[in-house]
Design a protein around this ligand. Structure first.
Ligand SMILES: Nc1ncnc2c1ncn2[C@@H]1O[C@H](COP(=O)(O)OP(=O)(O)OP(=O)(O)O)[C@@H](O)[C@H]1O
Length: 295
């Protein structure tokens, strides 16, 4: 549906992106993560055909987005990081203008998007808050039911309730087969929506990961309280990775398969078990901190 092939763009100041390659399948939500200035927006501008790559190419629905500009607009929806609105327009006028360019907008679907995002389209854009402008941009990206939707930090400026509405929208459209690429700094949003994510740093893709694999890699800490200290002493001999111990309570670190932990624990009288899961954000941050490496 979307493939970025060996795209390199070096700006005169030496910054930019190098040999960026990844592809997104139909119906997949693909996250695009990385620290500030890593190259996310630059990559997205190439995907949209706004920048000419020094090397490489981008294909969306089979179209080369630089060489065939203007031919794939109806297939693609785009929410830029910063939307350039035309002065003096209301939200409605802007959406009408966009609909004219995109073609094929179903007014009932557009109205439903506006209703779900809860904003007044008659407001002049210059009087809108950042969050309201973001909502107008989201409607513009979704309203022509494109096959591919590119979202550059879609929930920045949205309150938690609206972030939830947005996530529901993405999941509904994904279920219908829409393909998404979404840059974000919001890890819970990535975790809830994405199938895979690429991590870019200093202009280079350092990892492309399946979110479900990352979730299964998450470390869990089980805090087990035994009836007696003697039982805990006996439990300690089983060779599981002990994180800490205090009285008749122990913290056991488990990564991946937890069956052995369950078998060993079940041999004793357990008073209580609590579980703490390592945040997915910590796993991503691990990648952010690493030096540039190949995936
Ligand atoms: N037109 C340009 N001219 C010169 N340098 C640029 C240009 N556009 C981007 N850059 C540089 O390229 C690098 C990547 O920028 P980019 O905006 O793609 O980062 P980003 O990952 O989107 O960051 P953020 O999370 O802050 O939005 C930065 O160092 C930026 O300063």
């Amino acid at each position: 549906m979307l493939s970025v092939e060996h795209v390199t763009k070096i700006f005169p100041n030496g910054r930019g992106i190098r040999d960026v390659t990844f592809s997104v399948r139909r119906g997949e939500v693909f996250g695009f993560l990385g620290p500030n200035g890593a190259g996310k927006s630059t990559t997205i501008r190439h995907i949209m055909g706004f920048l000419k790559p020094d090397q490489g190419s981008v294909k969306v629905c089979g179209y080369d987005t630089w060489k065939e500009q203007g031919r794939f607009q109806k297939y693609i929806g785009y929410l830029p990081g910063e939307i350039a609105f035309i002065e003096g327009m209301t939200g409605k006028a802007f959406l009408d203008f966009m609909a004219g360019m995109q073609g094929g907008v179903d007014p009932a679907w557009r109205d439903e998007l506006i209703r779900r995002l809860q904003f007044d389209v008659r407001t002049p854009i210059r009087k809108m808050s950042k969050g309201m402008k973001q909502k107008v941009g989201i409607v513009a990206a979704f309203m022509h039911r494109p096959e591919v939707i590119i979202l550059d930090e879609p929930t920045s400026g949205l309150d938690p309730l609206m972030q939830k509405v947005f996530i529901e929208l993405v999941l509904e459209e994904k279920a219908k087969g829409t393909t998404f690429l979404m840059s974000s700094h919001n890890f819970p949003e990535i975790e809830r929506t994405c199938d895979r994510a690429a991590i870019i740093k200093d202009g280079v893709i350092i990892a492309v990961k399946d979110i479900h694999d990352l979730q299964s890699m998450q470390r869990k800490l089980f805090e087990v309280t035994f009836e007696t200290e003697q039982e805990l002493d006996d439990f300690m001999k089983c060779g599981l990775k002990i994180d800490s111990r205090e009285g008749n309570r122990v913290r056991v670190a488990v990564q991946g398969d937890m069956n052995r932990f369950i078998r060993e624990t079940a041999r004793f009288h357990v008073r209580n078990i609590d579980v703490f899961t390592q945040n997915l954000e910590d796993i991503f941050m691990d990648y952010y901190d690493r030096e540039g490496q190949t995936p």
